[in-house]
Design a protein around this ligand. Structure first.
Ligand code: UDP
Length: 334
C-alpha cells in the first residue's frame, strides 16, 4: 500500500513511519508499505526520520501542507492518508496563535478536498484538548465540548481542531470521504521533545541533569499518558477497519497520575537528586492561562470497533522514555 503521512517527521508521525515500513520497536506487524512523508519541520525534526532515509520504500519532502499542487500530487499517488501535521503543544499555541489557526484549518481543508475528489481513505489526528475544560470523567466521544472565551489563545487550538472534526464529518456526510477522526490523549515516548510544553520529556531532562523539575500550578492536576507504540499500532489497525468510517475515536491510556506524583516518580526512576519547584500558570504561559484539572479517556469505543487495548502502562512509558533520553544525552556529549 502507498501511504502518505503529513507531519511524518514529528514525534507520532515518525513512529508511525517506522511501524508501517516495518522497522523499530513499534513495528511488530511486519507490514511493509511504501511511505511518503510531507513535513515542514516546524515542530518535527529530520533526525526523527534520518534512519529511514536509506529505505527504498521511504520518501520525504520538506514542505508545507498548504502547498496545493504538491498535496494534490501526493494524495493522488497514495491509497491512505494520515493527516498528522498540525501546530501542536500548549507553549507553541500560546506563542503563535495565528500560525496555529491557519495551519490547522486551511491545511486540513485542502487535504480533505484533494482526498475527497479521489475517495482516498483518510485518518485525521485531533486531540483531547477539544473536550476543553469539561469536568466529566472520563471523556467519551459524544460528550459536549466546553471551551473558554475566544480571547484566550489556549482555546484557539481546541477550536481549530474541533473545526477540523466538523469538516471531517461534513466531508463524510456530504462527499462520502472515507475519513476517521482520532482524538489523541497525552501521548509519550522516545523522540518527544519538551520545547513546546510536553511535561514528561521536560521532567526527564531536568531530572537527568540534576536540575529542578518545574511544576506549573499546585501539581494536583492529573493526566493519563499513553505510549506512542500503542497509538501507532491503533493507527495502523484503523486504516483497515471500515466500521470506523465517519467516526470520532479516543486513543489513549486511562491510568491517571497527578503531576506532583509524576515528578516524584521520574526523580526516583532517574535516580536523581533534583527537587520540585513550583511556578504559577501565569508565569509559565502568560496571563489568563487556564489549565485542565483532569483528562481521562474513555477508550471503550476504540475497543469495541477494532479491539484496541493499550499494552503499555505508565511505568513502561517512563522506562522507555528515560532510556531514550539517557542515550541521547550520552550521544550528544560524545
Ligand atoms: N506541566 C508542568 N511542568 C512542565 C510542563 C507541563 O507542570 O514543565 C503541567 C501542565 O501545566 C499540565 C500538565 O503538566 O497541567 C501536562 O502538560 P502538557 O503540556 O504535557 O500537556 P497538556 O497540558 O496538553 O495536557
Amino acid at each position: 500500500m502507498k501511504i502518505l503521512i503529513t507531519g511524518g517527521a514529528g514525534f507520532i508521525g515518525s513512529h508511525l513511519c517506522d511501524r508501517l515500513i516495518g522497522v523499530g520497536a513499534g513495528s511488530d506487524s511486519g507490514s511493509k508499505h511504501e511511505i511518503f512523508v510531507i513535513d515542514d519541520l516546524s515542530t518535527g525534526s529530520i533526525e526523527n526520520i534520518e534512519h529511514l532515509k536509506v529505505h527504498k520504500n521511504f520518501h520525504y519532502v520538506i514542505d508545507t501542507i498548504t502547498n496545493k499542487s504538491l498535496m494534490r500530487e501526493l494524495i493522488d499517488k497514495c491509497d491512505v492518508i494520515y493527516h498528522l501535521a498540525a501546530a501542536v503543544g500548549v507553549k507553541l499555541i500560546m506563542e503563535r496563535p495565528v500560525h496555529t489557526i491557519e495551519t490547522n484549518i486551511y491545511g486540513t481543508e485542502l487535504i480533505f478536498q484533494c482526498a475527497a475528489q479521489k475517495g482516498k481513505r483518510t485518518i485525521i489526528a485531533s486531540t483531547s484538548e477539544v473536550y476543553g475544560k469539561s469536568s466529566k470523567i472520563p471523556f467519551s466521544e459524544d460528550d459536549d465540548l466546553v471551551l473558554g472565551p475566544t480571547n484566550i489563545a489556549r482555546w484557539s487550538y481546541a477550536c481549530s481542531k474541533a473545526i477540523d472534526e466538523y469538516l471531517a464529518h461534513a466531508y463524510w456526510n456530504e462527499k462520502r470521504l472515507p475519513v476517521t477522526v482520532v482524538r489523541f490523549f497525552n501521548t509519550v515516548g522516545p523522540r518527544q521533545v519538551g520545547h513546546y510544553g510536553m511535561v514528561i520529556p521536560r521532567f526527564i531532562k531536568s531530572a537527568l541533569a540534576g536540575e529542578n523539575l518545574t511544576i506549573y500550578g499546585d501539581g494536583h492536576q492529573s493526566r493519563c499518558f499513553g505510549h506512542v507504540n500503542d497509538i501507532v499500532r491503533a493507527l495502523d489497525e484503523l486504516k483497515d477497519a471500515n466500521n470506523t468510517l465517519g467516526e470520532t475515536i479516543n486513543l489513549g491510556q486511562p491510568e491517571e497520575i497527578s503531576i506532583n506524583e509524576l515528578a516524584v516518580k521520574i526523580i526516583e526512576m532517574c535516580e536523581s537528586k533534583s527537587k520540585l519547584q513550583y511556578v504559577s500558570f501565569d508565569e509559565a504561559y502568560g496571563p489568563g492561562f487556564e489549565d485542565m484539572k483532569k483528562r481521562v479517556p474513555d477508550i471503550s469505543k476504540a475497543k469495541r470497533l477494532f479491539g484496541f487495548t493499550p499494552k503499555y502502562k505508565l511505568n513502561d512509558i517512563l522506562r522507555d522514555t528515560i532510556s531514550y533520553h539517557r542515550q541521547h544525552q550520552l550521544s550528544s556529549r560524545s
